[in-house]
Write a protein that binds this ligand. Structure first.
Ligand code: ZN
Length: 175
């Protein structure tokens, strides 16, 4: 059973009430994630705590857990990438505030006192994905070693050609 999460929330209201949202979002409903995965199965376990930091900043603290099927950019095979993300994001309402805080905190710009839960979750997931999807131990790495070896033997052949005395003669005749 999927625990339904609200589509949008007023985070400041939830912070006042110290609310926790706990539920699951199907991966197939996250369009930007869908562009990166070959599977539309599975879902994200979402846990969001609406609280204030010790210094009083409005914050969402939480975890996201899921497994996403990605395509290895080296061998084009599919593999499962596990995400267990833990985060704390300070809510801001202006860019000036972002500039002031972004050295010490991750921030999220809240517009019109609203957060779309899916957007928020999707952004956090995208931050957890590798810049280039690749098997941790891709089989093609082995193949790449053989290619490198071949390149070396080509270089050796070229050097042998240079040492060929006829090559030197050719240079003399050119002058
Ligand atoms: Zn691979």
């Amino acid at each position: 059973m999927l625990n339904r999460l609200p589509i949008e929330v007023n985070p400041y209201y939830l912070i006042e009430q110290r609310r926790i949202l706990d539920g699951r979002i199907p991966l197939r409903t996250l369009s930007r994630i869908q562009e990166l995965t070959r599977s539309n199965e599975g879902d994200v376990a979402v846990y969001l705590e609406f609280i204030r930091t010790d210094t009083g900043l409005p914050t969402i603290k939480g975890t996201l857990d899921t497994t996403i099927s990605l395509q290895c950019q080296r061998c084009l095979g599919l593999y499962n990438f596990e995400i267990n993300s833990e985060f704390e994001v300070v809510l801001i309402t202006t860019d000036a505030e972002a500039e002031r805080l972004q050295d010490s905190y991750d921030t999220w710009l809240v517009e019109n006192d609203k957060i779309f839960i899916k957007d928020f979750v999707e952004d956090e997931l995208l931050l957890s994905l590798p810049a280039i999807a690749k098997h941790e131990d891709c089989e093609l790495n082995e193949a790449a070693k053989f290619v490198a070896f071949d390149v070396n033997s080509i270089e050796i052949k070229q050097m042998e050609q240079k040492d060929n005395p006829f090559a030197v003669l050719k240079d003399i005749f050119k002058n």
